[in-house]
Design a protein around this ligand. Sequence first.
Ligand code: FAD
Length: 457
Amino acid sequence: MTGADPDYDVVVLGGGSGGYACALRSAQLGLRVALVERDRLGGTCLHRGCIPTKALLHAAEVADTARDGARFGVHSTVESIDLAAVLGYQQGVVAQLHKGLQGLVSAASIDYVEGTGRVLSATEVRVGDRVLRGRTLVLATGSTAASLPGLDLGGRVVGSDQALTLTQLPESVVVLGGGVIGVEFASIFRSFGAAVTIIEALPRLVSGEDEAISAQLERAFRKRGITARTGTRFAGATQDETSVTVTLEDGGTLAADLLLVAVGRRPVTAELGFETAGVTLDRGYVVTDERLRAAPGVYAVGDIVPGLQLAHRGFAHGIFVAEEVAGLAPQPVHDRGIPRVTYCDPEIASVGLTESQAREQLGEVRTYSYNLAGNGKSKILGTQGFVKLVGMIDGPVVGVHMIGARMGEQIGEAALIVGWEATPDDVAPLLHAHPTQNEALGEAHLALAGKPLHAHG
Ligand SMILES: Cc1cc2nc3c(=O)[nH]c(=O)nc-3n(C[C@H](O)[C@H](O)[C@H](O)COP(=O)(O)OP(=O)(O)OC[C@H]3O[C@@H](n4cnc5c(N)ncnc54)[C@H](O)[C@@H]3O)c2cc1C
């Protein structure tokens, strides 16, 4: 390096979804990039989040399919769940994707720097005895599992990271928190044969979703034998060699083999020197403007930016910042158009405003719920649920909310409809292949456009 000339155009701190997407797009645009990662390239999503949990959910689905085979005339039973083999399969998926990602980063000629980075200024990051200098600094240090005051993880009290590496399947589990991560793990443990109780302080599960979705999920979970104790506050937990006992604020107690704490994620921003770069933190999150600028020459992406903590939001942030730095003036990423999928059984998929948000923000709206009972493919699968549309009066669809087995796969079209501000009349003439669950989305729009086909009532 010579004089004031920086080594890099972009130094990215953190190699998770947000950070590596930013590094790859920056390199594509001809920028010189350093990517600093202290653990494994791919971050939470690849190693402790999206991919390993969805592999477990797939194994869980296989178990349920085998258990329920007789329903379809195929007599089968689940002999046992070989947890070591399940984890072997899961780790195999992760390892292949990890290798692929490493290949992408090395082919892009990104300078991949292993180690813990500490910000020294808006243009400098120290990693070990190296100081990386960049014109632009991108903070992408992600998030970690949160707990409650006085509730330490250890032994029979685990967070999502430890739940992915259990050596023995519990026979009973209390899941603390009925948000996305809580209900996904509840679903996995139930499919693997455990008795599962969810404790949620709020009045409903998945409280970020439309109320009708929460109600349907609670019904479906009840049928599956998962107990959801909503409106119930946790008071404390004690453990010994054989069990963990959870005390509730109402005085009740629950004993189980395992307590899974799934009460949210907190940003990883403490003591990394962010303030020295002029960055402001608010409850640990990095304060940015809508162009993700945290300070002059400093950007933040992914879970450290307040809002939805989702991998594809991180990818979009990373790409946005790379293009911004390259001077392409990209469109900002708004949380309102981000699709959300919860992969429990039944799956939940949604995008845009819930009915109550739409009424609050837009006034009068119209809604339509298409029951999957009228959808051939859903009947074949034996699943129940619905597609609910929230639309403006004589205007676009502003929210799509779906629940039912495999409905996550329908989110792409729903995101296009909401993102392109399509009206039911725009969607109604589009053909949806028969028999697919995708037809339910088409039928819902036909009905909202005033020309229902396979819709009752
Ligand atoms: C159990 C679980 C399931 C999930 N499932 C889904 C899902 O199905 N779909 C979905 O969209 N999202 C899911 N998520 C959320 C998703 O994983 C995150 O939104 C996403 O990983 C955020 O990306 P990120 O780049 O902001 O942070 P991270 O992926 O957390 O990456 C941050 C990286 O920065 C590194 N780092 C931190 N500090 C430093 C430092 N000082 N120096 C060097 N490196 C550092 C960390 O090691 C880490 O690799 C799930 C999360 C969990 C926990």
